[in-house]
Design a protein around this ligand. Structure first.
Ligand SMILES: O=C(O)c1ccccc1NCC(=O)[C@H](O)[C@H](O)COP(=O)(O)O
Length: 266
């Protein structure tokens, strides 16, 4: 991950020189009111089963090139047709083949909450996210100092952005909770080895307070894995690779949601 973050830091100055934060703020305001962070949290937590965040992802550093995705807005609309509660767009260009243009295109095609999934290390990226129409941004505990996490959480709130705080260890969960995170993701993919361990969510979920929305991230191969994460108490699952390589993404989302239903809650 250090290499990915280094690339982000290399690219930032050119973007900052091109569009000032003030211009981004005006663009964000011109979009009108976004979904509130509470509404985003509510959209990710259902009583009838697990919710699904479907990801637009062209490349995986772990798995290589996944899909061309020439029209990310069309893929996102398919996801929503299948029942996705939110859409994630990987905007990092160097390792994931994404862009802010993808995020803007998806924003114009769906009204469900939109996650900008990137390696956010600077407040400027929050301004970009708001201007491009995101409702939700990712902050990765492992990529930030405690002070940076606190600062970015505060600034995200000023933009009205909800935050998915991503963790990989018990210590990172404790850090996220102490920072006041309202939505906590547990990523099954070790960011150093890129290995997936689906037992990470059940292990770490115990440390997350009941009123915090939980998201199980990465490693979903199909409906059975969604069922397992639902059984472990995840409010939502974040799925990328398995959906982008499927010829029928709407059906794939629907099948995963069916596997994640909690019948006893109906
Ligand atoms: O996807 C990767 O290979 C990857 C490698 C290094 C850092 C992050 C990475 N992925 C970001 C994500 O968190 C996933 O895109 C997301 O959780 C969906 O995962 P999956 O369903 O396994 O594609």
């Amino acid at each position: 991950m250090a290499e990915i973050v280094a690339g982000v830091r290399t690219d930032l100055p050119a973007r900052m020189a091109e569009v000032s934060p003030a211009v981004l703020r005006r663009r964000a305001e011109a979009r009108g009111p976004r979904m509130t962070p509470d509404a985003v949290g509510a959209a990710l937590r259902g009583t009838h089963g697990v919710r699904l965040i479907a990801e637009v992802k062209r490349v995986s550093p772990a798995m290589g090139r996944l899909a061309a995705i020439e029209r990310p807005e069309a893929l996102a609309a398919e996801y929503v047709a299948g029942g996705a509660a939110a859409i994630s767009v990987l905007t990092e260009p160097r390792h994931f083949g994404g862009s802010l243009a993808d995020l803007r295109a998806v924003r114009d095609s769906v009204s469900v909450p939109l996650l900008r999934k990137d390696f956010i290390v600077d407040p400027y990226q929050l301004a970009e996210s708001a201007a491009a129409g995101a409702d939700l941004v990712l902050l990765i505990v492992a990529a930030l100092s405690g002070r940076q996490l606190d600062g970015l959480l505060k600034e995200a709130a000023e933009y009205g952005l909800a935050v998915l705080v991503e963790t990989h260890t018990e210590q990172e969960v404790a850090t996220a909770v102490a920072a006041g995170a309202r939505i906590i993701g547990v990523n099954a993919r070790n960011l150093t080895t890129l290995q997936v361990d689906r037992d990470t969510f059940p292990r770490l979920a115990a440390g997350i307070p009941a009123d915090v929305v939980t998201v199980a991230e990465s490693g979903v191969r199909g409906p059975a894995d969604v069922g397992s994460y639902a059984g472990a108490g995840a409010d939502a699952v974040l799925v990328g690779s398995a959906l982008v390589i499927d010829d029928r993404p709407a059906d794939a989302v629907a099948a995963m949601l069916a596997a994640g239903r909690r019948e006893e809650a109906e």
